[in-house]
Design a protein around this ligand. Sequence first.
Ligand SMILES: Cn1ncc2ncnc(NCCc3cnc(NC(=O)Nc4cccc(C(F)(F)F)c4)s3)c21
Length: 241
Amino acid sequence: KNAAAYGQWSLKNFEIGRPLGRGKFGRVYVAREVKSKYIVALKVLFKEQIDKYRIHHQLRREMEIQSTLKHPNVLRLYGWFDDDDRIFLILEYAHGGELYGVLRERGHLTERESATYIASLANALAYCHSQDVIHRDIKPENLLLDHEGRLKIADFGWSVQSRSKRHTMCGTLDYLAPELVENKAHDYTVDNWTLGVLCYEFLYGAPPFEAAMQHDTFKRLKKGVLTFCCSNCIRQLFIDL
Ligand SMILES: Cn1ncc2ncnc(NCCc3cnc(NC(=O)Nc4cccc(C(F)(F)F)c4)s3)c21
């Protein structure tokens, strides 16, 4: 039967292309839908991993949340399907890849580029928060660029939809708000904290509280000690060192 007509996708509707990246739970491939020739990204998750880490509820939450979010700076989740041992997320394809790669390649961004990305991110977060969605894991790896260089927030695997205060410890240490680090109740403002961390990282090339040991990052994060100086001072510093 014509599976697409019933919205039931399967692997045979797609031609799989090159791998785009790999996450903890699976890999992402560029793919083309056979009939429409439409290009998408397919994220493959293994069921035994989902079972092992008991994260079914998170995946279900992501699908529910993502199916309601429609914003130019939020990567779309078009749908999903599964086979015996894998779950496939049908995602909008971001031709420009991860902003993380651009940042590592360039070292740091110009003030104009940083301001543009932060403005897009602020718009996307304001939209998500207006839908009572907290992303909770904003970091350069989850910021993608489309073919026109427009920023897209991706991976709502850690997001929640709620007005109430949350308690789950989650996110990536360098971008974590102090209340999350201290496992206190938190709300959507944890995403706003990451805006500041990312603004620093775009301009300087590394997050403000980065340290070799997690313990030191915790301490610096809580104290909020920041060293602001221009990039050539940093370069001069290393030359002096
Ligand atoms: C790298 N790259 N380059 C171009 C490009 N274009 C599109 N996408 C890319 N990458 C994929 C970005 C993602 C979007 N949504 C995701 N969602 C997710 O990964 N969800 C997820 C994972 C593991 C466990 C759970 C669970 F179960 F805990 F909920 C949920 S990943 C691209």
